[in-house]
Structures are given as C-alpha cells and as structure tokens.
Design a protein around this ligand. Structure first.
Ligand code: CP
Length: 315
C-alpha cells in the first residue's frame, strides 16, 4: 500500500505521523532544525525558503503553542500565513471539511497545517488535495502530533546528546495522548533503549508494550534512574466517563513533585508538551524548577517546524 506521506519519488510530501518514518528522515529533520536555531539570534530573523508560498493554519481545535509557533516558523521562512478562524468560517454554516479545503486551495494555498478532533482528518485532506500541496498534521484526535514528537526528541537530543543509553519515562494519560504516541515512535525509531510509560491501568492503552515500552503503574519504580521525565496532561475532553477517582488522587499517585523527581537521575530533565495543569500532573516547584525544560521545548518547536516546512516545500 502507498505510504500516504510520500510522493511518487519516495520523498516526504506530507507530515502526518512519526510512525513509519525512517530513522534517516527523522535525523534529517532534527539536523535541519539545528541549522535554523541560530536564525532566532539574528537581527533579521528570516530566510527566503518559502518566499511566495501561502501557508494556511486550519485549527479546528484550540491551540496556543502549535498554532503560534507554526505561524512564527512560516513567517521566518518568508511565507504568507493565513490563519482561518474556524469559529467565524463557513464551516459553522455546514460546509464540509473538504469543501473548505477546496476553496482554500482555489486561493492558491501551498501548505495546510491541520489540527482536528477527529483522528485521520489530516490524512483525508492529504489524499484529497492536488499533488503539489503539502499537509502537516498539527494534532488529530488521540492519534498523532508529529511535530510535537519531533520537537520533544529534538529537546532530548539537545540536552542529552547521546540517545543510545537513555532512560525516558512518559507519565500520565498515555491513553488519550497523541503527543505520547508520536514521541514513543520517535524514541524507539532513534534507538533509545529504555522507554517507560507510567500511569494507572485506566490511562494506558491496552497492548502499549507492543510499541517497545516498559509499563509501570507505580511511579516510584518507573522514575528510578531516568534521564528524562515527560509529563502528560489529563485529557479530560477525550475521556468517556470517569477513569479516575479525582484529580487530587491522581496527583497523589502520579503528580510529579520534587520528592518523586529525586528518584530520577540528578541531571534528569523534565518536559511537558503543554498546556500544563499545575497541581494535577505537575507541581509548580518542578514545572518552574531547575530540571524543567518546558519553555525551551516551545522555543525549539519553531526551528523544528521550520525544518519540516522547508523540507516538504523542497520536495
Ligand atoms: N503541545 C500542544 O499541542 O500545545 P497546544 O495545544 O497549545 O498547541
């Protein structure tokens, strides 16, 4: 079956998922992002790689980090950026997703950045659009958030350099997390030998160990000796019914406090894709503490998204 992310020459045409991307492609994206990091420190923070191109942000779900950093990244590549306001768009009058996309394509769109509550929506668009267009998945349902997974692995590589001896723990609501799925695929593809998921049974997907991870229900055991701790938000908006006694109970067992973090390595880094719920999955003392690289993650997201957009536009 044809890989929906590749064009007829086997090059990356769309970025829909980290799953199935070869190691070399992931490394190419990370190395390209490295080359964009320095642009932020320049007086003129722009390169002309997407000059004359139109990038449409289609966010059918709310976002602070992803939508804004895609906009900054596209502008730094000199693209024209159009943010469709979904709440005031004609989708509220019953226009279908694909009709909206067709109309924006008629306005000479070159790239669509798509966030949607339905898993698979960016795939549907990628299969529908003309072959010169590019689609980037900015988060679809609980399925995938590839640029978040890439910026997370970029952050880990930045701080830890050698991925080949790392222990990485992903903690919390893995079941509903597209971020966790994308990061786990990136970690295992790039050869991180010890990837752990930590959470209650109700918040871990059945058969998650098939992704190449070790499963822990006791956070104290799971965090022991870790180099990287990735905390996840409870995705209440995706839960059907009550999967937990209460947020307070969750924090007691799975919230990251300074005491629990002390079980990881002394130089462990703490990550969170955001938005954070302080006092639910993470204590403020950790979120704002010396191990936290949560805000650098956001900054690295710009370079990683520049890398993805420039690679797609060149194919
Ligand atoms: N990490 C992430 O996707 O954040 P936003 O929902 O703010 O884009």
């Amino acid at each position: 079956m044809k890989n929906p992310q590749l064009n007829e020459h086997g090059e990356l045409q769309h970025l829909l998922s980290v799953e199935g991307l070869p190691r070399d492609t992931l490394l190419h994206i990370l190395d390209t992002a490295d080359s964009f990091i320095g642009i932020t420190d320049r007086e003129v923070k722009k390169v002309p790689l997407l000059r004359g191109k139109s990038v449409f942000n289609l966010f059918f779900e709310n976002s602070t980090r992803t939508r804004t950093t895609f906009e900054i990244a596209a502008k730094r590549l000199s693209a024209d950026v159009i943010n469709l306001n979904i709440n005031t768009s004609s989708t509220t009058k019953g226009e279908t997703l694909l009709d909206t996309v067709d109309n924006l394509s008629a306005m000479h769109a070159d790239m669509f950045i798509v966030r949607h509550a339905s898993s698979g929506a960016p795939y549907l668009i990628a299969q529908h659009v003309a072959s010169h267009l590019h689609v980037i998945n900015a988060g679809d349902g609980r399925h995938a958030h590839p640029t978040q997974g890439l910026l997370d692995i970029y952050t880990i590589r930045h701080y830890k350099r050698d991925l080949s001896a790392l222990s990485v723990a992903v903690v919390g609501d893995v079941l509903h997390s597209r971020v966790a799925r994308s990061l786990i695929h990136a970690l295992t593809t790039l050869g991180v030998p010890d990837v752990r998921v930590i959470g209650p049974k109700t918040l871990l997907p059945a058969g998650v160990e098939k992704l190449g991870v070790k499963v822990f229900h006791d956070m104290n055991h799971g965090l022991a000796g870790c180099d990287v701790v990735v905390m996840l938000r409870l995705q209440n908006e995706r839960m059907n019914g009550s999967l937990l006694p209460s947020a307070q109970e969750f924090f007691k067992s799975y919230g990251l406090t300074p005491e629990k973090l002390a079980l990881a390595k002394p130089d462990a880094i703490v990550m969170h894709p955001g938005p954070m719920n302080r006092g639910v999955e993470i204590d403020s003392a950790v979120a704002d503490g010396p191990h936290s690289v949560i805000l650098p993650q956001v900054t690295f997201g710009i370079a990683v998204r520049m890398a993805v957009m420039s690679i797609l536009a060149g194919n």
